[in-house]
Structures are given as structure tokens and as C-alpha cells.
Ligand binder design. Structure first.
Ligand SMILES: Nc1ncnc2c1ncn2[C@@H]1O[C@H](COP(=O)(O)OP(=O)(O)O)[C@@H](O)[C@H]1O
Ligand SMILES: [Mg+2]
Length: 227
């Protein structure tokens, strides 16, 4: 469960105060699939980064499975993130000097999990890249790179998966394929999924759609279909 209460993010830019998130309150049950939508600059990436513990809010709290991450020390937060959170970026963010297999191995080895090579190989096979294990990111297409990123994000069996426009740099067909893999891993692992998207087709495949505008929740709708 993700519990977000009275969450605000304010910064000073060019000497002027800017409100990026303004009193956001959300409860996201375990295993729910949520799309975050809204115009550019509405605060979507900021919200995702706060849930991931990549940034600290100005005020308010975020609880993940009962743990209040907004109160954790840097060290505790880093450990928590590694154990419980997967993150997928629009621009893949693979380590260019490592192969596909090595990229997926990084979080497994950091977490000290058993049989990391077997687990990484299994995940890469699950996303259709069993024959690309030793390719470097530059030798892979955009869709293939994002599939490696999907495999990496699920490596440590996170309870929460956050994805910031994961299909934003892919063409429609490739994006659909990446989404199908992501959703199939999400189902297999029972992961809570919070995904930022501009694509109405992607949003409509989620159970719930939350729209942000100017840093506030503008609407929050359960979808009749979804799943
Ligand atoms: N570090 C920062 N300093 C100043 N303004 C920022 C910073 N990060 C984000 N913003 C501003 O906050 C607003 C929301 O940004 P963001 O969360 O990236 O929006 P979205 O992902 O919805 O496009 C934007 O207006 C952006 O310019
Ligand atoms: Mg963004």
C-alpha cells in the first residue's frame, strides 16, 4: 500500500517560489495498476521521484507498506529503495559499459541475492532477450533496451514498480510490446504499478487513472474495464 498525505513540493527558481506539488493525498492499494496523467509540467515526474525516495518533499508524508520513507535517513532510504522499489525511465538509463546481463545483475548483486546469473538470465528470457544477454546497450534497439530496463526493474521482486513514460521514446508497436511484457511481469509478481503516461491506450489498460494539473489531483477515476 502506498499512502500519500498532504504532500507538497516547493522550490525557489530564479528567486521566485514555485509550487510543484500542492497538498496531494492518495491511497494506492497493493497490486493496483495506476496511470498518472496530466499536461507537461503538472508534477508527474516529481511525484514519482518522491514515491521512489529519489527526492524529499517540502512537507507531507509517504508511507510504503507501513514504512514512512519521508522520515528515513539517507542510508535507510537507499536500502529500502533497493529492496522494495523498481524504477523504469523514459530514456532506459542502462549502464552503457555493461552488457544486458550485467545491467540486470547490478541490483541483484547489490542486494546480495542468491543465484544472480540464473535470475538475470531468466528475467531476460522472460522479456524475449535470451539471445541478447551479452549485447551492450548500443547494440540493442530502443525497444530491446527498454525490455532490459524492465527486466532490471523486476530483478529484486519489488513490491512497487514506478515507470515514468516507459513507452515515451518508442514507436506505437514497440511501446505496446514493452507494455505487454511489463504488465505480464507485474501480474506474475503481484507488483503495485504506478506509471506516468501520455498515451491514452496505455492509461486505459490501468485500473485507475489519476490526473494531475498544476501540482494538484484534478481527477481520480477507477476504470470499469482495466486489468
Ligand atoms: N529542480 C527544479 N527546480 C525548479 N523547477 C522544477 C524543478 N524540477 C521540476 N520543476 C518544475 O516543476 C514542474 C513539474 O515538473 P515535472 O514533475 O517534471 O512535471 P511533468 O513530469 O508532469 O512534466 C515543472 O514546471 C518544472 O519546470
Ligand atoms: Mg515528466
Amino acid at each position: 500500500m502506498i499512502g500519500i498525505a498532504q504532500l507538497s513540493m516547493r522550490l525557489t527558481a530564479g528567486g521566485r517560489p514555485v509550487t510543484i506539488l500542492d497538498d496531494v493525498n492518495l491511497e494506492i492499494p497493493a497490486k493496483q495498476m495506476v496511470a498518472i496523467v496530466g499536461p507537461s509540467g503538472s508534477g508527474k515526474s516529481t511525484l514519482l521521484g518522491l514515491i521512489a525516495g529519489l527526492d524529499r518533499p517540502t512537507s507531507g508524508s509517504i508511507r510504503l507498506n507501513g514504512a514512512e520513507i519521508t522520515r528515513m535517513s539517507e542510508g535507510a532510504l537507499a536500502r529500502y529503495r533497493r529492496a522494495h522499489i523498481g524504477y523504469i525511465f523514459q530514456s532506459f538509463h542502462l549502464i552503457p559499459t555493461l552488457t544486458a546481463l550485467e545491467n540486470v545483475l547490478v541490483p541483484l548483486e547489490l542486494a546480495g541475492l542468491p543465484s544472480p546469473v540464473e535470475r538475470a538470465t531468466e528475467l531476460l528470457s522472460a522479456v524475449g532477450l535470451g539471445d541478447r544477454l551479452h549485447h551492450y546497450p548500443v547494440q540493442l534497439s530502443g525497444g530491446e533496451q527498454q525490455r532490459v530496463a524492465v527486466a532490471r526493474a523486476f530483478a529484486c521482486r519489488p513490491s512497487v514498480l514506478l515507470a515514468d513514460e516507459p513507452t515515451g521514446n518508442l514507436d506505437q508497436a514497440t511501446g505496446r510490446q514493452v507494455m505487454d511484457l511489463l504488465l505480464s511481469l507485474q501480474r506474475d509478481h503481484g507488483t503495485t504499478l504506478v506509471l506516468v503516461t501520455h498515451d491514452p491506450a496505455v492509461a486505459s489498460s490501468m485500473q485507475r487513472v489519476i490526473a494531475l494539473r498544476d501540482g494538484r489531483v484534478e481527477s481520480d477515476d477507477l476504470q470499469t474495464q482495466g486489468d
